[in-house]
Design a protein around this ligand. Structure first.
Ligand SMILES: Cc1cc2nc3c(=O)[nH]c(=O)nc-3n(C[C@H](O)[C@H](O)[C@H](O)COP(=O)(O)OP(=O)(O)OC[C@H]3O[C@@H](n4cnc5c(N)ncnc54)[C@H](O)[C@@H]3O)c2cc1C
Length: 379
C-alpha cells in the first residue's frame, strides 16, 4: 500500500494501517520531513460543534482516539480541552445556534447554551453591550498539529511503515491490478492500493491518475498579537459568530484569525500585512484588549486550506479506479478530523468498509450526483 503525502492525514492513515496489522505500507512525501504542508500552518482547533451528522461523527471519533492515545503521546498533552465558545449579538442567530445545539446533543455532543451573563462570565474580556448569548462545548479545544503528526509518523515507522521523503509522485499508471507510481527523482513504486493524502495539492496528484479531484488551495492567515498579561493563560477558542473573528491564547500572546470569503484559490502562502485591516474594526469592537496589544507581523503567517465545493472532506475509493482512495479536502478541519480519517480509511482498505463512521456522504461521487452537504458552521 502507498500513501502519498506525509501531512497529518497521510501519517494518521499510515499509523492506523500499521496498528491494524498492515504490512508493506510506504509513505511517499515530496518534502524532506513529515508535516511541512498545511499541517505546519494550522491553528489546531478541534470541535464537535458542527451542523452535519458526518462532521459531528468525525469529530467525536477523533476525540475518542485522541483520549485513548493520550498516555502514548505523552506530556504536554497534544489535545487540550479548553472549549470552543461561539457568541453573538443577534437573537435570530442565537435561535439558530440553539437549534444546532439540539441536533448536536441528539448526536451525543456535550454543548451548553449560554445567556449574555454566562458568556460574560466565561469570557469577561470580550466586549458586548448587546450580547444575545452563545454556546460552549467543553470537550472542544486545541490539538498541537506538529506533535500529533510527528507521533503518527514515528509510531507508524516503528511498526514498519517506510517513509520516503524527497519523493514527489508525478505519474501513475494501472497495470495488472496494480498502480505504478513514478516519482520526480526517477523511481517507481507498485501497489494495489494508493491513498491520495496530498492535501492542497491533491487535485494536481489526481490528474496523474486521470481523476478530477475537486479540491482547491485557499490561503488562510493567522496573526499573533504582542504579549497580553491581563487575560487568563487559558481561554476557549472564542468566535464572534457575527463577524467570524476568532481568538485563542498562544503562550503570552493571542492568536487571531478571520476568514476572507473573497480569497481567490491559489498556492500563494505569503502573509499579507494589509490583511489585518480587513477585520481590524471587528476585532477592536469585540476583543478590545486583544486589539490593543497590536499585531506582531513577524509572528504571523498564512497557509493553505484544501477546500471542496461543500467544505466537507472527500473520503473513499474513486469510482471506476479500483484501489485508489482519496483522503483529502478537509476544508479547514484536517487536523481535527485526521485521527478519525486515518481510522476510517484503514478500515476501508483492510475490512472493505469504514466501520467506525459511515463516510458514504463524503464520497467523490456526491459532486456528480449533486448530493452536496451543507455545513452552517464553517470558519
Ligand atoms: C492557517 C490555517 C489554520 C488552520 N486551522 C485549522 C484548525 O484550527 N483545525 C483543523 O482541523 N484544521 C485547520 N487547518 C487545516 C489543516 O491544516 C489541514 O486541513 C490539514 O493540515 C490537512 O492535512 P493533510 O495531511 O491533508 O495536508 P498537508 O499537511 O498539506 O499534507 C499534504 C502533504 O502531501 C505532500 N504532497 C503533495 N503532493 C505530493 C506529491 N505529488 N508527491 C508526494 N507528496 C506530495 C505535501 O508535501 C504535504 O506534506 C488550518 C489550515 C491553515 C492553513
Amino acid at each position: 500500500m502507498i500513501v502519498v503525502g506525509a501531512g497529518v492525514v497521510g501519517c494518521s492513515v499510515a499509523f492506523q494501517l500499521a496498528r491494524m496489522g498492515a504490512r508493506n505500507v510506504v509513505v511517499l512525501e515530496r518534502e524532506t520531513l513529515p508535516g511541512t504542508g498545511s499541517t505546519s500552518r494550522a491553528n489546531g482547533g478541534i470541535r464537535a460543534q458542527f451542523t452535519t451528522e458526518v462532521n459531528v461523527r468525525m469529530s467525536l471519533l477523533s476525540m475518542e482516539i485522541l483520549d485513548a492515545l493520550e498516555e502514548e503521546i505523552g506530556q504536554p498533552s497534544a489535545y487540550r480541552k479548553a472549549g470552543y465558545l461561539f457568541l453573538t449579538d443577534s437573537p435570530e442567530k442565537l435561535a439558530a445556534m440553539e437549534r444546532a445545539v439540539e441536533f448536536q446533543r441528539s448526536s451525543g455532543v456535550d454543548v451548553e447554551v449560554l445567556d449574555a451573563a454566562q458568556v460574560r462570565r466565561r469570557v469577561p474580556w470580550a466586549a458586548g453591550e448587546s450580547l444575545a448569548g452563545g454556546t460552549f462545548g467543553a470537550r472542544d479545544g486545541f490539538i498541537d498539529p506538529g506533535r500529533l503528526c510527528g507521533f503518527f509518523a514515528s509510531e507508524a515507522a516503528h511498526l514498519g511503515v517506510s517513509f520516503l521523503h524527497g519523493h514527489e509522485v508525478t505519474g501513475a499508471a494501472e497495470k495488472a491490478g496494480e498502480w505504478i507510481l513514478s516519482t520526480a527523482n526517477g523511481r517507481s513504486f507498485a501497489a494495489p492500493v494508493v491513498v491520495n493524502a496530498a492535501g492542497a495539492w491533491s487535485a494536481r496528484l489526481g490528474r496523474a491518475f486521470g481523476v478530477d479531484v475537486p479540491v482547491e488551495p485557499v490561503r488562510r492567515h493567522l496573526f499573533l498579537t504582542g504579549p497580553i498579561h491581563d487575560m487568563p493563560p487559558v481561554i476557549p477558542m472564542t468566535i464572534d459568530a457575527d463577524t467570524g473573528v476568532l481568538v485563542r491564547r498562544e503562550g503570552e500572546r493571542v492568536l487571531v484569525a478571520w476568514s476572507n470569503a473573497d480569497e481567490r484559490p491559489g498556492f500563494d502562502t505569503s502573509c499579507d500585512p494589509e490583511f489585518v485591516l480587513r477585520f481590524a474594526d471587528a476585532l477592536e469592537a469585540r476583543f478590545p484588549a486583544v486589539a490593543a496589544a497590536g499585531i506582531d507581523q513577524r509572528r504571523s503567517w498564512a497557509g493553505l486550506y484544501e477546500v471542496t465545493p461543500d467544505h466537507h472532506a472527500i473520503l473513499g475509493e474513486v469510482p471506476g479506479r479500483s484501489g485508489l482512495i482519496l483522503a483529502t479536502g478537509f476544508s479547514g478541519h484536517g487536523v481535527m478530523h485526521a485521527p478519525a480519517a486515518g481510522r476510517c480509511v484503514a478500515e476501508l482498505i483492510l475490512r472493505g468498509r469504514s466501520e467506525s463512521v459511515d463516510v458514504a456522504a463524503l464520497s467523490l461521487g456526491r459532486f456528480a450526483r449533486g448530493a452536496l452537504i451543507h455545513e452552517a458552521m464553517v470558519l
